[in-house]
Design a protein around this ligand. Sequence first.
Ligand SMILES: Cc1cc2nc3c(=O)[nH]c(=O)nc-3n(C[C@H](O)[C@H](O)[C@H](O)COP(=O)(O)OP(=O)(O)OC[C@H]3O[C@@H](n4cnc5c(N)ncnc54)[C@H](O)[C@@H]3O)c2cc1C
Length: 480
Amino acid sequence: MRLVWFRNDLRCHGHTPLTQALAGGEPVLAVHVLCPDQWDAHDVAPLRRWYVLESLIELGEALAAKGVDLHVLDGGDFDGAVDALADFVAEHGVTGIFCNREYPLNELNRDRALARRLEGRGVRLHGFDDGVLVPPRALSTGKDTPYTVFTAYKKRWDAWMDEVDPGAVPAPAWPGGEGRFHGRDRVEALRDGLGLDAALTRPWRPGESAAYKQLYDFVEHHLGDYKAYRDFPSEPATSTLSTALSAGTLAPLDAYLAARRAMGDAAAREGAATWIGELAWRDFYRQIMHRFPSLAKGKPFRPETRLLAWNDNDEHFQAWCEGRTGYPLVDAAMRQLVTTGWMHNRLRMLTAMFLTKHLFIDWRKGERFFMRHLIDGDFASNNGGWQWSASTGTDAAPYFRVFSPLRQSHRFDPHGRFIARYVPELAELDDKTIHEPGKQPLLCPDYPAPIVAHQGVKQRVEQAFRQARDAWRQQQEGGQ
Ligand SMILES: Cc1cc2nc3c(=O)[nH]c(=O)nc-3n(C[C@H](O)[C@H](O)[C@H](O)COP(=O)(O)OP(=O)(O)OC[C@H]3O[C@@H](n4cnc5c(N)ncnc54)[C@H](O)[C@@H]3O)c2cc1C
């Protein structure tokens, strides 16, 4: 008996473990292990849990329709998952487990524990890398170290991808007949227990079929304009496929190949190349996370930034969380996050920089707040994005570069349309005032004055980074 273990890859398309398991002619079962306690430990947002559970239901139905049984097991946490799987394997006489690798530290430890548990029992583990385009250990510098600068990494990444065979993952050879979906009731109970408001879930379409449809719609209608409009949050210019990619309802390779095919059309070429670059960023952060495991323990990539003396101002943090900083674009973005579970990339950078530079609050607080709200919450990309913004990471924004919230607002939301959508108390203001309502307080009495001035931020940040660097040097010299 062969077993396909579905984790963050809730789909049938572009799924090598499934295709390989079914290729052998042996009977095949599928399994998914629910780990709600692990979700709690990893701050997984309720909306993301909902997306995963709904997608799992679609997967169970799709597999059953093709003659494959899906068993949903209760793991509780990752230790429990190992126990549940080991029992399942023994009970069903499994000889091979087929799954896609997961690279975060806890997931790796779970898989190692399972491998140890199965040692000597004649069960082979077959790992694949469909969750990324380029496996995290595939590319190294000439000195055999990981790439920590994106541009250099991207060059090698492009060369690797040029060699990719478009027919790399053939369709599975389905057994036919009717399969069964065991444990669907537990999935539904967990989903219902989330108690989410329909207004929050309504805009989202979970599952593989919706993800692929969204990919093809995006490629057909928006990819050509991606480069020109992707930084404007009021435009529907980006794919919003991050959720599908992070839960694996969409195979990254299918996303990449769809964009590569579109490059045949001259009008879409630039947009497609830029979009493919974003898929490369996703891989980049995965290889960073995998090759620097201390990141999973809350450590900054740049060691000297461990000594930054962050502010512990709870009032400021709350104002940021609730979109009450007095900077309209920052506030609109934070309200978008809390009310929809998603935020535009430009605004993720802006709000993260605002928290870590203007308020000088520890990036880990923002990272966690994002995880608790994002439907696409993903450790590697979130950690990478936060450390980039806080200037503590690889390839990070230099610490002396601080986005001006006002400039960003004029530049990327020139008519204030995005602000008006999420900060309704400013919606009636004209194109100019909407960016700086503090200049006309009588027109919007309910909107707060800026909680911190932009002026002086750059100097304060520079000084703090200098002090941390000097203190680090002294520590290092003292330790020698
Ligand atoms: C502070 C911060 C936190 C972030 N947290 C997350 C997160 O938890 N989950 C997440 O998926 N992305 C995260 N990102 C990256 C990026 O903001 C989102 O992937 C993007 O906004 C998703 O929108 P989209 O699908 O429309 O992207 P598109 O512009 O259509 O890009 C296509 C795909 O490329 C990937 N991608 C795009 N930009 C990046 C990037 N900068 N880094 C890594 N991958 C990228 C995503 O998978 C995305 O779906 C974060 C960025 C920052 C600055």
